[in-house]
Write a protein that binds this ligand. Sequence first.
Ligand SMILES: [Zn+2]
Ligand SMILES: [Zn+2]
Length: 276
Amino acid sequence: MTNNLFDYHLHSFHSPDGNMGMETIVERAQKLGLAEICITDHVEVDASFGHEWQANAETVAALLDDLNRMQEVTNGFVKRGVELAFPDNNPGTVEDLTRLVKPDDFDFAIISLHQYKGDSPFFESFFKERTLAEAAASYIKWINQRIREFPTEYYDVVGHIDVVVKGSHTCADPSLSLSFFEEEVRELFRFLIDKGKSLEVNTSAYRTLPGNKVHGLDWLTLFAQMGGEYVTIGSDAHRPEHIGYRLQDAINLIREAGIPYLATFDKRQAIMHKVK
Ligand SMILES: [Zn+2]
Ligand SMILES: [Zn+2]
């Protein structure tokens, strides 16, 4: 591999909020010179965002067919990923989700929180009662609750811990600082490190920050200090122009934070790449 540009968070038309064909993703990623990509479509069982978000056996089978086919035709350039989400029991449950997917069918799995108890950073109401700092802390608190009831063999990393940045707030500068949520983030990092899991550095947040600046050096430094050895990086692209977005900036951030490795995954086994 010539570089460490691994885009490990990408959405095709198999996601309810995506429309890219997998061929389009591959073409763009190869043009950009990325080393490897992992397509991580949403698989959720919750209808909080609409019924199209409720996956079923047929949609999961169609997704896997496409992933297996793309992995084969690209000689492994494409890894088979998935972005699972904690269900909000509306009506799907954790059991419904874990019945639907076999974790070993994928190379890599992200677990994300998109809603909890009918609330979400994507709803305006979430920010009406909270400052940005309180919103960031609440979001991680929810993850800390939900992750304890979710089987660890179903995921490798927690997705976009800074997603409130992209939520329905009106802040001119929604960049996050560790001081907003240090206690919650420490608890999450302790849990993940103890379980041999990690988090992703999701570059999509940078698109919404003023001047497209990066944030996260403070919490990634804490992660390294607590013993975190690796992270994954991903653009969370739903459109071609966002594929590979700011991956080098994320790598620079990870290096500065003192995290020694970037991980890629093959059949759910982490492969470590020294951060150069
Ligand atoms: Zn997500
Ligand atoms: Zn995503």
